[in-house]
Structure formats: C-alpha cells, structure tokens
Design a protein around this ligand. Structure first.
Ligand code: NAP
Length: 257
C-alpha cells in the first residue's frame, strides 16, 4: 500500500464534493491505486473499498467491505451496508477482472485450447460479476447531479479493433461487458438522467494481470498503477451525460465497440 501523498491533487471535481465512492476490486493493482489516490484527497469523504479479502488501509476515509463477484449475496450485502450509511454514491468504480489466474488459466492462443470451464470463469469474473455489481449498486447513485458508474474493460474487448486474434475468453467476456454497459446505460438514462455509465480501458498497467505479457510493451506505454489511477480519474471527471454507454481509453479517446 502506497504511503499517503500530500493533499495537493483534487479528483472528481465535476462530482459532488465531499464525494462518496465505492471501489470494487480494491485489492487489485489498479483498484488499490484508485483507493490510494482518492484517500489522499480530503474532498473524498468516504471510500467503500470492496474486495474478496477485506483490505487494510491507513486512511479513516476508507471503509473495507467483503465482496466476491461470483457470490451475488456478497454483492447485495455490500450494497446494503452502503445504503444503511444513508448517503448516495457519487462514483462506483469496478476495478475487478481476470486474464490469467497465475496458475493453469492462461489466455488462449488457439481455438484448440478452448475450455468450457475457463470460458465460464472468464465470463463470471469479467462480465457477469460487474453486471451484478451494477444491479445492486446503480440504485445507490446520487440522483440530483452527475454520478458515475464505471467498469474497467479492455481495448481487446473491442470487436471492431480485433486484428490480432487470440485471448478468446478474455476478449469475448470483455466484449460482453461492453454490451452490458451500453444496455445498462440505456436503462439508467430513464431512471437517473444525471448518471453516467461507461467502460474504461486503462492502457497497459504494471500489475499482476499484465505482468506475464509486458514483453514488447514500450516503457513509456507501461503505466505504473498510480499513473493509471490519475489518468482514469481524469477521464471520469471529463465525462458528460453524452458519454454514457460508451468505452473510453486512459487518454479520454473513445474506443469503438
Ligand atoms: N493491467 C492492465 O494492463 C490492464 C489492461 C487492460 C484492462 N485491464 C483491466 O483492468 C482491471 C483491473 O486489472 P488489474 O491490472 O488491476 O488486475 P489485478 O491487479 O489482477 O486486479 C484484479 C482485481 O480483480 C479482483 N477479482 C478477481 N476475481 C474476483 C472475484 N471473483 N471477486 C472479487 N474480486 C475479484 C482481484 O481480487 P483478488 O485480489 O481477491 O484476487 C483484484 O482485486 C481488469 O478488469 C482488467 O481486465 C487491465
């Protein structure tokens, strides 16, 4: 866990401040960096930090919660705990995801290795889990001004952008997540017109997820997690209601589905 930085940077200036934020996947490389960045900003009143194993954090703003994406009851329970605090959320940031499991589950290079169990796990973590987070957390978003639901997707989930092939389960589950985001955004516009629902591509970030695949990535294109967090929070700050249902990269550019 990074030492708390000085209170110089202000994030989420387009949202209500002091803001209340939920980070799902707070134990991850990017999720942890988002929690650290927001915890260093005194304008963020409360950070609900949800993860499979509850994290510890030195900041009093951070409230750990237990949540496993593959157990809907834990998602519902985490949302109930937040609702019980009686304050709406300004931002939900879903930072979970899986490309490999550090063991036998590796992204496929060929159709010959397609395995139904691996495909199911990819869809469970990368698409169904975030969709269930949306089910239980979208109703918690503030309704009287801009609020954001964002989920980390990936450029490789873009069907239009797929020139290389491979990584079947990861690509397909992220493409399915992108469709969830578009569909959630349409319903959200009817229920909470000031809220925005987007997918975000963080770039290649130096975390456990990308570590086996970093060879060939130019040093200036391999972002430290702290930098990725700063970039993604800036993208979120620049979102408007027209952004909803779309996928944005770390530099604010839109990625076609
Ligand atoms: N790093 C990159 O270069 C890169 C590039 C493009 C997109 N992304 C996307 O960015 C997101 C975050 O990636 P990262 O690099 O930060 O990866 P990471 O460090 O491996 O973090 C992944 C997070 O997902 C959580 N998670 C996995 N399965 C879960 C489950 N069943 N229930 C609850 N949490 C679960 C992990 O929890 P545990 O700690 O409990 O395992 C961890 O907090 C992913 O969606 C990834 O696809 C990353």
């Amino acid at each position: 866990m990074m030492a708390l930085a000085e209170d110089t940077v202000q994030y989420l200036r387009s949202l209500e401040r002091p803001a209340a934020v939920a980070v799902i996947g707070a134990s991850g490389g990017i999720g942890g960096a988002i929690v650290d960045a927001l915890a260093a900003d005194r304008g963020i009143a409360r950070i609900w930090a949800a993860s499979r194993r509850e994290i510890e954090h030195p900041s009093k703003q951070v409230h750990p919660l237990a949540l496993d994406l593959t157990e809907e009851a834990t998602i519902a329970r985490a949302a109930e705990q937040i609702a019980a605090a009686g304050e709406p959320l300004d931002l939900v940031f879903v930072a979970t995801g899986m490309l490999h499991d550090g063991d036998s589950l590796r992204p496929e290079k060929t159709w010959r290795t397609l395995d139904p169990d691996v495909l199911r796990r990819s869809f469970d973590v990368n698409c169904i889990g975030p969709a269930l987070v949306a089910k239980h957390f979208l109703p918690l978003l503030r309704r009287d001004r801009k609020a954001v639901f964002s989920a980390l997707s990936a450029r490789v989930g873009s069907i239009g952008d797929n020139q290389l092939g491979g990584w079947y389960g990861y690509r397909a589950s992220k493409a399915a997540l992108n469709m969830m985001i578009r569909t959630l955004a349409i319903e959200l516009a009817r229920r909470n017109s000031s809220a925005v629902c987007v997918g975000l591509h963080p770039g290649t970030v130096d975390t456990d997820l990308s570590r086996p695949f970093q060879r060939g990535v130019a040093a200036e294109r391999l972002f430290p997690a702290e930098q990725a967090a700063h970039q993604l929070l800036t993208v979120i700050d620049n979102l408007s209601s027209q952004s909803s249902g779309r996928l944005f990269a770390w530099d604010g550019s839109e990625i076609p589905f």
